[in-house]
Design a protein around this ligand. Structure first.
Ligand SMILES: Nc1ncnc2c1ncn2[C@@H]1O[C@H](COP(=O)(O)OP(=O)(O)OP(=O)(O)O)[C@@H](O)[C@H]1O
Ligand SMILES: [Mg+2]
Length: 472
């Protein structure tokens, strides 16, 4: 593979996330001038023949799944040894990012949505095998979708012995039958969804132990976890999803939804909150003039990538230039953190995005001089390298470093100047994107700039220009 990753037919715009097995880019599918999330599987996986066969086979089958609460897959393939999957772009982040700030009604609605998607997929004969907060994502209208159908099976087809580290995946949501490596059906996914529901409600994972194997074993041997007293009325849902014996679980996702509805009927106050949030969301979608469903655009924004000009080149070059971005960065982060992009705000976000706790912890460990010198270093690097390290990855970029420095020392001149310079960089980027009609990218750059300098006059002006351009 050459220095920078390329997939023919796609123009990579910006890196938006990274998991254990893949890197995800915002990209333009050139044939349709369509905005997509392009997931590029890691070279280690792509080198494995079993994975390659399974990935294409499973991906093609999974792409036939069409449901409002399953991520829409547009394309899957390989190009020059690069294995990729193009799907709808889900701009509002993952459940992992949000879960700490959700209220009970919101949690139940998300889990209901995912259960309905699972019900459909299971009926079609598919098991997801990796239901977890990082695979539950949001459209900009707030609706939840389950991502990565098919991929987990392909990854799991690769023997653990051939893959290093986290390839096996987290055991936190693993069903007892998965932990025992016995055959699974849809009810294994329901178990995992139960573990996700438990974590959202209780604020902790169902089982905690010092290592992954101990956690996996607890899924097999420990009693079903108990919700805190004030949520005990929801315990029947956890019991029905997380029962050890497969036959003791809800038979399918619809049975779970029915049980949820019965519980809500017995608790009219919460039911009313839930109905309200659902109808607000429907209104938002209707106002955006979109059809609800898996193929609906991701929100009211017009996802226009019409102009092909300087801005495309600029924006495309903002993509991280190298596949091995981490090793070419100016310095390695002292404490590697889980790379999670903080998603842009939804037009009317029903939920508040949670801070990335790992990123915060990373910053909290640094002293002021380190924050400033690393911030300066990233800034100088980013200005020469198309914005790299200016705002990504979370907790290890110039913006976060200077913001943390200013929190510790509000009058610090170096931090203030650094933030101004970052904003200035994004003013330029947003200007050329807007000139070329790249509205989504313009919006992204404005948000990035405003995070560094919320009162920046040029950015605020660009924001209103963008609103006018979109209205016209
Ligand atoms: N369709 C999408 N639209 C927008 N962002 C996405 C999309 N798919 C993935 N992402 C982002 O990329 C990140 C990495 O995704 P990926 O599926 O590779 O890993 P993961 O599910 O987070 O973790 P793991 O590697 O453990 O499965 C996600 O956490 C999310 O932030
Ligand atoms: Mg994923």
């Amino acid at each position: 593979m050459t220095d920078s990753v390329q997939v023919s037919g796609y123009k990579l715009v910006q890196k938006i996330g990274e998991g254990g097995m893949a890197t995800v880019y915002l990209a333009v599918q050139e044939s349709l001038d369509r905005e997509v999330a392009l997931k590029i599987m890691s070279p280690a996986l792509a080198a494995n023949e079993t994975f390659r066969d399974q990935f294409l086979k499973e991906g093609r089958i999974a792409a036939k799944l069409t449901h409002p609460h399953l991520m829409t897959v547009h394309d899957i393939g390989s190009d020059n040894g690069v294995y990729y999957l193009a799907s709808e772009y889900l701009p509002a982040g993952t459940l992992r990012d949000r879960m700490q700030r959700l209220n009970t009604a919101e949690v139940l609605e998300i889990v209901r949505d995912v259960a309905s998607g699972l019900s459909y997929a299971h009926e079609m004969g598919f098991v997801h095998r990796d239901v977890k907060p990082g695979n539950i994502m949001f459209r900009s209208n707030g609706s939840a979708v389950l991502a990565d159908f098919g991929i987990a099976k392909a990854i799991k087809s690769v023997s653990a012995a051939t893959m290093a580290g986290n390839a096996i995946g987290t055991p936190d949501y693993m069903s007892p039958e998965q932990a025992q490596a016995t055959p699974v059906d849809g009810r294994s996914d329901l178990y995992s969804l139960g573990a996700v529901l438990f974590e959202c409600l209780a604020g902790r994972k169902p089982y905690q132990a010092s290592d992954a194997y101990a956690v996996a074993l607890m899924h097999v041997t420990e009693p079903v976890p108990k919700l805190p007293e004030k949520l005990a009325w929801l315990q029947p849902l956890i019991d029905g999803l997380m029962a050890k014996r497969v036959d003791d679980r809800f038979a399918n996702g619809d049975a779970f939804v029915a049980a949820l509805d019965r519980l809500l009927a017995a608790n009219p106050q919460l039911d009313a909150v839930l109905r309200e949030s659902r109808s607000a969301r429907r209104r938002a979608v209707a106002a955006a003039g979109t059809v609800s469903g898996a193929v609906a655009p991701t929100g009211s924004r017009k996802w226009i990538f019409a102009g092909v000009g300087i801005a495309v080149v600029l924006v495309a070059s903002l993509a991280w230039k190298t596949w091995h971005g981490k090793t070419t960065g100016p310095i390695e982060s002292a404490t590697p953190i889980a790379p999670t992009e903080t998603a842009p705000d939804s037009p009317s976000p029903p939920l508040v995005m949670a801070e990335n706790a790992a990123a915060d912890a990373n910053l909290a460990k640094m002293d002021l001089p380190t924050l400033l010198s690393r911030g300066d270093e990233y800034l100088a690097y980013g200005e020469k390298n198309y914005g790299e390290k200016l705002d990504f990855p979370p907790g290890d970029n110039a913006t976060d470093l200077f913001l943390e420095a200013r929190k510790r020392d509000p009058e610090n001149g170096r931090a203030a100047k650094g933030l101004e310079q970052i904003a200035a960089f994004f003013v330029n980027a947003a200007n050329s994107a807007l000139k070329n009609g790249l509205y989504t990218a313009t919006d992204e750059f404005i948000k990035k700039g405003l995070r560094a300098d919320p009162k920046n006059a040029a950015l605020l002006k660009l924001k209103s220009q963008l609103a006018k351009a979109e209205a016209g």
